[in-house]
Design a protein around this ligand. Structure first.
Ligand SMILES: Nc1ncnc2c1ncn2[C@@H]1O[C@H](COP(=O)(O)OP(=O)(O)OP(=O)(O)O)[C@@H](O)[C@H]1O
Ligand SMILES: [Mg+2]
Length: 427
């Protein structure tokens, strides 16, 4: 069956540092998503969210997609892909458009968003020329985060309202072209087109946050293997985002080095016995730790107190959360983000990470996993799958808006066209 032609079929590809995961989703007539197929494999050829070996990533993608297709009984030709690479950067631009007392129409909002993209292009061009340092960045999202009419701010949807001057604050998210090219190239080599590129914390937030969190202000932190993604949501939009290239793999590396044990053993110790909070009470709890080079059964394992393991884990987990705190403070979004934090990603399964995050960030923290998705089995409903689930929500939002004017996904009208053109040019 030519399932790829079905309008209600979407495919998501989360190319992570630890695993590559493909979700195939079907939307029903009420706009609800049901998962039809899932495939995930250990990621090869990725480091800190970036492609470092094209062949290996292509292979991982092929395997994950194949498994999802088998389960769904459908073939896919294109995918929504997340981006954690290319040093993503967030900035806000204010733009306006004269209205001459007329009512705001779809086309006016579209014009305003197009203007923001033109201003952004001009601004980066000038900066690059001035610095003689061509950064070569691509605009991933242009998200209108609030409109104003004649200086009166806080308007969520201005269509139908009257005024002299329509204004918007637009959140621009860009990433370096080279890294995006490698990502797109790995996907294309697996015979798939890219429907769209979506910043990782954006997708993760769409999957995990409840409406009130999206509206009232919330910080989403996706603790991955090689990266930690930050998304601040307010008034239903993504207001700020950042990605830090440290994650759970760094904790595992620290354990392997600190206890002279192979990486596989370090990973096992972390997930089974590790805790983000060190406690002296764990001094009496002895763990068997095979030493590097002596992993066979004959060799007597080293006995290490559990407290020693956690004394290695805690400082790295603290470093990750402290870096998030600093990034939020530097961006000045700490206040607007409110008191609510949601932790997700595979790393959020580390015992006591919620408690540590509460201490470091001084906020209310809950653990998050994908919500609003039917047919997601327990095995694929965990926090490591938030991004794949969120990519499907993003795809559905885009479809429901039909490329219309008020684009909450940050793709307004011809912007999607330009994006596709860009993909064709660079790949
Ligand atoms: N029970 C657990 N306790 C602690 N850490 C865990 C647990 N389960 C998984 N992890 C960690 O989660 C990390 C992988 O998370 P995830 O699958 O979200 O990463 P990824 O999406 O592949 O990577 P990234 O988002 O950084 O590109 C690994 O470092 C792994 O050790
Ligand atoms: Mg991830």
């Amino acid at each position: 069956m030519a399932s790829r032609l079905r309008r209600n079929l979407f495919a998501a590809l989360d190319i992570g540092s630890s695993k590559v995961c493909c979700f195939i989703g079907l939307a029903d007539d009420n706009g609800r998503l049901r998962i039809a197929g899932i495939g995930h494999v250990i990621a090869q050829g990725m480091k800190a969210g970036s492609v470092v070996n094209l062949d290996a990533v292509e292979n991982s993608v092929l395997n994950a997609v194949h498994a999802a297709e088998q389960m769904a009984g459908e073939t896919i030709r294109s995918v929504y892909v997340n981006v954690s690479c290319g040093q993503p950067h967030s900035l806000h631009l204010d733009v306006d458009l004269p209205m001459h007392g007329q009512a705001v129409r779809d086309i006016d909002v579209q014009k305003l968003l197009a203007k923001s993209q033109d201003s952004y292009a001009q601004m980066t061009h000038t900066q690059n020329t001035a610095n003689d340092n061509v950064l070569d960045r691509h605009l991933l999202h242009a998200i209108p985060v609030g409109y104003s009419l004649d200086g009166s701010r806080g308007i969520r949807d201005p269509r139908g309202m009257f005024g002299q001057q329509l204004g918007a604050s637009v959140h621009m998210i860009s990433a370096q072209n080279g890294a995006l090219r490698n990502l797109g190239h790995a996907v294309q080599r697996a015979h798939l087109d890219v429907d769209d590129l979506v910043l990782t914390p954006y997708a993760s937030g769409l999957a995990c946050l409840v409406e009130d969190e999206l509206d009232l202000g919330c910080t989403l932190i996706d603790l991955g293997g090689g990266t930690t993604s930050i998304g601040v949501f307010f008034d239903g939009n993504l207001l700020f985002s950042d990605i830090v290239p440290i994650g759970g793999q760094h904790i595992t590396n620290d354990i392997a080095r600190g206890l002279s044990t192979p990486l596989q053993q370090a990973e096992r110790l972390k997930t089974l016995h590790g805790s983000a909070l060190y406690s002296q009470a764990d001094d009496d709890d002895l763990l068997n730790v095979p030493l590097v080079g002596e992993a066979d059964d004959e060799a007597a394992p080293n006995h290490v107190p559990r407290a020693q393991l956690n004394r290695i884990i805690q400082p790295r987990a603290e470093e990750i959360l402290e870096t998030v705190r600093q990034r939020l403070a530097e961006a000045g979004v700490d206040k607007i983000a409110g008191q609510r934090v949601v932790l997700t990603g595979g790393g959020s399964q580390l015992s006591n990470i919620r408690e540590l995050a509460m201490q470091v960030l001084q906020k209310n923290v809950r653990l998050g996993r994908p919500i609003r998705l039917a047919g997601l089995a327990d095995a694929a409903g965990g926090p490591a799958f938030s991004v794949a689930a969120g990519l499907l929500h993003y795809a559905l939002r885009g479809r429901n808006e039909g490329g219309g004017s008020k684009s909450s996904t940050g793709k307004a009208g011809n912007w999607l066209g330009r994006m596709k053109q860009w993909m064709d040019e660079i790949l």
